[in-house]
Design a protein around this ligand. Structure first.
Ligand code: FES
Length: 118
């Protein structure tokens, strides 16, 4: 990701359902390249790139569909891999033990989720 001088605001915490996830395209590539997951007080962000299958497959089958039905795990809809929300580790599926690539974010005192300065 390119260097940015100003923090990039992704969303406000209240704009994410709990549990819920949203994809973002901060570099204006026309596709979501990262997603943010909220579950209770946990907020995590990962690259939208499954570690299975060359590590570049986008994970959601439709916009923002990154979680399983009950919102307990991240799912890649290509081949069904399931990932722990907190660690990004694959717990079930073809990339067992591999991890999603974390994206550093910060939550400001106003509740804005921003990309951490690089
Ligand atoms: S590309 Fe994600 S499970 Fe195969």
């Amino acid at each position: 990701m390119s260097h940015r001088s100003n923090p990039v605001r992704l969303a406000h915490v209240d704009e994410l359902r709990d549990p819920g996830a949203r994809g973002f395209d901060p570099d204006g590539l026309g596709r979501d390249t990262l997603f943010v997951v909220r579950r209770g007080s946990q907020i995590r962000a990962y690259r939208d790139a499954c570690p299975h299958f060359f590590g570049e497959t986008q994970m959601a089958w439709r916009k923002d569909a990154y979680l399983n039905g009950d919102g307990t795990r991240i799912v890649c809809h290509a081949h069904g891999a399931q990932f722990d929300i907190a660690s990004g580790e694959c717990l079930l599926g073809p990339c067992l033990g591999q991890r999603l690539t974390p994206v550093e974010i910060e939550v400001t005192s106003d509740g804005d989720i921003v990309l951490a300065a690089t």
